[in-house]
Design a protein. Structure first.
Length: 305
């Protein structure tokens, strides 16, 4: 759908006299035609769809303006390797949600050297923001009903996406993203970890298998190390650490054995460090939500062979 090019304002509720900002969207002529036709293959483009696309368009323009205005701060490895830090903010009182994200891009404003790396980073951020936005808009009617009852929400739908740079050299970049989300009425917020690892020149996003020899049994090595380390980390997170330590001497934790077993999907979230790598385990992968996130640092010497 083309929004905002060669065209005229469209009144979402079909009332031309309603010129409030939330009732207006700029459509191209083809999309405007689709709002007027009902049924068949040329079925009507309805108001809800127009609002979704308009919101997405506004957020894209805001992101472009943020980039054009320059980063809040920058970090440099050398004259050809610079990280630019960017932010996205969006709030909708109508649909009761707000979201925010901060992330880093590589290179100067006009650099094309790292365009593929930056495209991958922006795609990951955009994908998560879009999914959350659509979910929040879809739940708008449900939240409006909540407001009519005695339900007192301490917070409505919210997503906060933050990042940290775990490695940045002339050859590689490793990013860790933390996604903290909450949907109105939920028992508790949720957290997710996403990671991205890049070889910078030539640009290539690295997956776990790219880090090891194809013929090696690297998953077995990673699993064995992580299982042992997770069993060491677990007792302090329990209500009775001493009792849990004694229990684990006789029987290993089944959740850990499953969630940290030698399965590729268990090790998709990894980030690079100067002297090794970190494996990230989100809640419910190797433990309960109350235990929180687990991280295991695997030193390079354990993996050298």
């Amino acid at each position: 759908m083309s929004v905002g090019s060669e065209e005229s304002p469209y009144s979402i509720d079909d009332d031309p006299s309603n010129s409030l900002g939330e009732n207006l969207a700029v459509l191209c002529f083809d999309c405007h035609r689709e709002t007027q036709i009902r049924g068949g293959f040329d079925r009507k483009l309805d108001a809800a769809q127009v609002k979704v696309y308009r919101t997405d368009w506004v957020s894209r323009i805001e992101a472009k303006r943020n980039e054009a205005a320059g980063p809040a701060r920058a970090e440099s490895v050398d004259e050809n390797r610079v990280l630019r830090y960017l932010q996205v903010r969006e709030k909708s009182d109508e649909c009761s949600y707000d979201l925010e994200a901060d992330y880093a891009l590589v290179g100067s404003q006009d650099s094309t050297t790292h365009s593929e790396t930056n495209l991958c980073i922006k795609a990951l951020v955009t994908r998560h923001l879009q999914r959350f936005r659509v979910d929040a808009i879809t739940r708008a009617a449900e939240k409006n009903e909540m407001k009519k009852t005695s339900f007192a929400a301490t917070a409505w739908d919210r997503l906060a996406m933050s990042h940290s740079v775990s490695l940045f050299t002339t050859e590689a970049l490793s990013l860790e993203f933390q996604l903290a989300s909450y949907y109105a009425g939920a028992a508790h917020p949720n957290t997710q970890t996403r990671t991205q690892n890049f070889r910078l020149y030539p640009s290539m996003e690295l997956e776990l298998q790219d880090m090891f020899k194809a013929s090696s049994k690297y998953l077995d090595v990673l699993s064995r190390y992580c299982v042992n380390d997770l069993h060491r980390q677990q007792p302090p997170r329990w209500h009775d650490p001493a009792e849990r330590t004694e229990q684990l001497k006789n029987h290993q934790d089944e959740w850990i054995l499953s969630g940290a077993g030698p399965n590729y999907r268990n090790y998709e979230r990894f980030s690079l460090r100067k002297n090794g790598m970190v494996i990230h385990f989100d809640p419910y992968q190797v433990g309960s939500h109350a235990e929180g996130n687990y991280e295991v640092f695997v030193p390079a010497w354990e993996l050298k062979s």
